[in-house]
Design a protein around this ligand. Structure first.
Ligand code: 13P
Ligand code: SF4
Length: 384
């Protein structure tokens, strides 16, 4: 057999003989289906009871069973904008991960309440930069006399504490949609950029968008004294990259790209900029989540795409573009397990609790942290 399997219109490359069923795409632990009619009905009833007081935001990586209830779907940038703009919604149900809900809390008004249906929905990348580690790195830069000409640029996928550090020291937040603009802005203000926590987005933006050389970037390892770098390396770098990565996108490899091109004639490779540099360099198109959706949607009928991003989104892309062939770039890469924490039972529980007068799982960022973090987020929203 060819080693190709499919779910609906999503085609997956497999190696073995038994790939014609869902087994070909399963992660460890099957995901439950949103097939319980009572759960759907309960969610609808609780949602109706809350009316205009509630807004449900859904990130594109969320499960179908959750995304069907989202008032607004989007990538992290679009959802941050939506949270900032809908001042009338008293309860913002954030179906995404913790750092996104924190940003929504920071950007919404004092009377608005942000709810994360499952508090275990974190992000492994955000966890790779702890505030004490970032402060230690900055102290080294201060000691070397380079902090005044170094501008922090922090990816949205970071804790509020790191965003606060960024705002306090003159930097901005970015997302995968505006990382280039953010880095250009930073280089207008200073000579160096301290990019955290995603090394891949930082490197891909610096090298492939701004035209810097790979040698202009150094990697700060928070687990080594002074980042594992010599003072000279730190002083001469143009970009100091934090050693963090996404545990989903970081797994796509150049072998996946070569293999799919060998197998599928004419396939175009489309990846998120959180992928490794060599993958992004080899891809035909690189873009944020919103851009990935737009690229497939606007491509000619009959075109083939191998997409390197989160699996919930790739499956939806396949389903909503039946006239195209959509492949998942690597069958061994899983759903984002933390995004998947938000499921219909958690959403129902959160909606019903609030509808019955009990606010659960509220995300509230401490005022002192929120202050500087807001400065950094507002700088991002004001980027040209
Ligand atoms: P976007 O900025 O594209 O929404 O990405 C968020 C994310 O978590 C990517 O892994
Ligand atoms: Fe974090 Fe990666 Fe999941 Fe995005 S996909 S939430 S960066 S672990």
């Amino acid at each position: 057999m060819s080693g190709l399997s499919s779910i609906g219109n999503l085609l997956l490359l497999g190696q073995g003989a038994d790939l014609s069923s869902e087994r070909g795409v399963s992660c460890t632990g099957e995901l439950p289906h949103a097939s319980d009619p009572d759960l759907v009905k309960r969610a609808q009833e609780a949602r109706a009871k809350l009316g205009n007081k509630a807004m449900i935001l859904g990130h594109h990586y969320q499960r179908d069973e959750v995304i069907q209830f989202a008032d607004i779907t989007g990538d992290s940038f679009k959802l941050a904008q939506a949270a900032a703009e809908r001042g009338d919604a008293e309860f913002v149900f954030f179906c995404g991960v913790h750092f996104m809900a924190e940003s929504a809390d920071i950007l919404t008004g004092p009377t608005q309440r942000v709810i994360l249906p499952d508090l275990a929905a974190g992000c492994s990348m955000a966890d790779m930069a702890a505030a004490n580690q970032v402060n230690d790195a900055w102290r080294v830069m201060q000691e070397l006399g380079i902090s005044t000409k170094t501008i922090p640029v922090t990816y949205m996928n970071s804790t509020a504490a790191i965003k606060s550090f960024t705002g306090e020291y003159g930097g901005t937040i970015c997302t995968s949609s505006n990382a280039e603009r953010a880095m250009r802005w930073a280089f207008e203000k200073g000579e160096k950029v301290f990019f955290l926590p995603d090394q891949h987005l930082g490197r891909n933006t610096a090298v492939l968008k701004l035209g810097l050389k790979l040698e202009d970037c150094v990697l700060w390892n928070p687990w080594k004294p002074r980042g594992g770098l010599t003072d000279q390396e730190i002083k001469s770098a143009r970009v100091i990259l934090w050693r963090g990565h996404c545990s989903v996108h970081g797994r796509f490899s150049i072998e996946n790209v070569n293999e799919i091109r060998d197998r599928i004639a004419g396939v175009k490779v489309l990846v998120h900029p959180e992928c490794q540099h060599e993958v992004v360099r080899a891809a035909d198109v690189v873009g944020s989540t919103e851009m990935i959706i737009k690229t497939v949607k606007e491509s000619p009928s009959g075109s083939s795409w191998a997409v390197g991003t989160e699996l919930n989104l790739v499956k939806r892309l396949a389903a909503s573009n039946p006239d195209k062939k959509v492949y998942f770039l690597d069958k061994t890469v899983c759903y984002c397990s933390t995004m998947n924490r938000i499921d219909l039972p958690h959403l129902v529980w959160a909606l019903e609790s609030v509808a019955n007068g009990k606010v659960v799982n509220e995300i509230k960022v401490e005022a002192k942290i929120a202050h500087h973090a807001r400065v950094a987020l507002e700088r991002m929203l004001a980027l040209p």
